[in-house]
Design a protein around this ligand. Structure first.
Ligand SMILES: [Zn+2]
Length: 218
């Protein structure tokens, strides 16, 4: 049984989302074997560090927080949608999604993870049109995973309220389980069937959480 890990390693100095206020990851020793007989580390994270999941509270003031998000969508069979033909600056339009036989769980593969730790990762990554997102939800999508930083246009990240991240707001209002920053998606083949498990930390009141994301062929 082949299990594939679609998760980035969390490490000190790793890139974080393209804003100047998101916490940098720090992993530092608190106790060491030499000093206290065991190694124990302090791990400092932002809620959107590396491969992670978003909860509605990320964009909705009274939205569901991570510990209350429906776990039923976090584990089960998933369909791989191959958008490796989409590159920098491209948009997934409604015409691109209309022929998808939509399932509850969809994994969108662009191959964008190859740009991790380069200047390109946060720059004009392929994104989705609002119409495409609305279509996928109308057809029953409940879980959306992608190997890009966001389903939204990254160049709009610092836009004013009302224009910022419209796809996030639509998805989170519908309580769609979102997974961003998948790694290693070259292992996925859209002609095969997979089971996916994506589990966020159960942090009370959290708007998001790093997650370990695994798939296996079924
Ligand atoms: Zn996020």
């Amino acid at each position: 049984m082949n299990i594939y890990d679609l998760t980035f390693e969390i490490e000190t100095g790793m890139p974080t989302c393209g804003t100047d206020w998101h916490q940098n990851v720090q992993i530092v020793p608190m106790g060491t074997i030499d000093e206290v007989g065991r190694n124990t580390q302090r791990i400092v994270l932002g809620s959107h560090s590396g491969t992670h999941m978003d909860a509605p509270y990320h964009f909705i003031q009274d939205g569901t927080t991570m510990e209350s998000l429906d776990i039923n969508y976090m584990w089960g069979t998933a369909k791989v949608v191959d958008f490796r033909n989409k590159g920098q600056g491209d948009v997934v339009t409604i015409d691109d999604v209309r022929n998808i036989d939509v399932e509850e769980r969809l994994i969108f593969v662009f191959g964008w993870y190859h740009n991790w730790k380069t200047d390109k990762y946060y720059k004009d990554f392929p994104c989705f049109s609002t119409e495409a997102i609305e279509y996928l939800i109308s057809k029953g999508m409940k879980f959306m995973a992608m190997d890009t930083p966001s389903p939204d246009d990254g160049s709009a990240i610092n836009m004013k309220e009302g224009e910022d991240s419209p796809n996030h707001k639509i998805l989170l209002r519908e309580k769609i389980v979102m997974v961003e920053y998948l790694n290693n998606t070259d292992v996925l083949d859209s002609s095969k069937r997979y089971e996916i498990v994506a589990l966020p930390m159960k942090v009370k009141g959290s708007d998001g959480s790093p997650a370990r994301v695994l798939v296996r062929e079924v």
